[in-house]
Design a protein around this ligand. Structure first.
Ligand code: NDP
Length: 251
């Protein structure tokens, strides 16, 4: 029988976040299944659809509307997970947005919004999750960064700063939490097929493929499989790492 864990995933309604929710709940992957509380901002119909998908299974998958930029709401979500599932084993900080522009044209609001959703949220949720994980004497935190946080990208200075910030935050908290048996790792996806990347036209896609040695665009499941591994007992001795899922784009 597979082990049952409890997880929070931010930004679970679509794309990579949804695939992470599905893989954590799936008991056939990495010898455990998880009850999952996922957080979203606007897409209530997406949330209902995912809840429906797991209605007749033995795991509890619950969506909750909550803006990840709010420090207080992060605490409420963690309290709710503890109330519903009795414990918190896993936190996946996945929610993210882009507001691309060259720095010359980037507004202060576009900079602040991206930093708040992508980076401040990681602080909010990590801080709220740390106490229960510490009391349980163990936990797993996975932060979704991006290869853009490593190599930068013209037109994405706000996004790149938020994703590089996640890497620094991951390594620092990994060092702080290690003695509590809480691991913290960052995953850096490359180009993954989701709504976030759907805006690219055919010419832009072809240009991207030239730089991907595995010659395909990644799928959300490619990222979700790594996240599930990092949350499993197979990754007990891995912390503070930044692992790319990018078809070899950055090496
Ligand atoms: P999507 O745009 O498909 O989904 C984003 C998710 O975040 C949605 O569930 C959305 O909820 C949620 N969200 C956005 N803002 C908030 C908020 N303020 N509060 C709560 N939830 C919020 O993104 P992807 O799946 O493409 O990306 C997921 C993560 O992976 C992001 O951190 C992204 O930066 C990163 N990434 C993606 C890459 C890619 O190629 N797609 C590459 C590298 C990294 P709702 O739908 O309700 O608004």
């Amino acid at each position: 029988m597979s082990v049952r864990k409890s997880a929070i995933v931010t930004g679970g309604t679509r794309g990579i976040g949804r695939a992470i929710v599905e893989s954590l709940a799936d008991g056939n992957l990495q010898n455990f299944s998880a009850d999952v509380l996922f957080v979203y901002n606007s897409c209530e119909t997406c949330a209902k659809e995912i809840e429906e998908q797991f209605k007749n299974t033995d795991v509890n998958v619950i969506g909750i509307q909550s803006d990840v930029t709010s420090f207080d709401k992060a605490q409420e979500v963690v309290n709710l997970a503890l109330e519903k599932f009795g414990k918190l084993d896993i936190l996946v900080n996945n929610a993210g947005i882009t507001k691309d522009n060259l720095l010359l044209r980037m507004s202060e609001k576009d900079f602040d919004d991206v930093i708040n959703v992508n980076l401040k949220s990681v602080f909010n949720y990590t801080k709220a999750a740390f106490k229960p994980m510490m009391k349980q004497r163990g936990g797993r935190i996975v932060n979704i960064s991006s290869i853009v946080g490593i190599i930068g990208n013209a037109g994405q200075s706000n996004y790149a700063a938020s994703k590089a910030g996640i890497i620094g935050f991951t390594k620092s908290t990994a060092k702080e939490f290690a003695s509590r048996n809480i691991t913290v790792n960052a995953v850096t996806p490359g180009f993954i097929e989701t709504e976030m990347t759907a805006a690219l036209n055919e010419k832009q896609r072809e240009a991207l493929l030239v730089n991907i040695p595995l010659k395909r665009i990644g799928q959300s499941q490619d990222v979700a499989k790594l996240v599930k591994f990092l949350c499993s007992s197979n990754a007990d001795y891995i912390t503070g790492q930044v692992i790319s899922v990018d078809g070899g784009m950055v090496m």
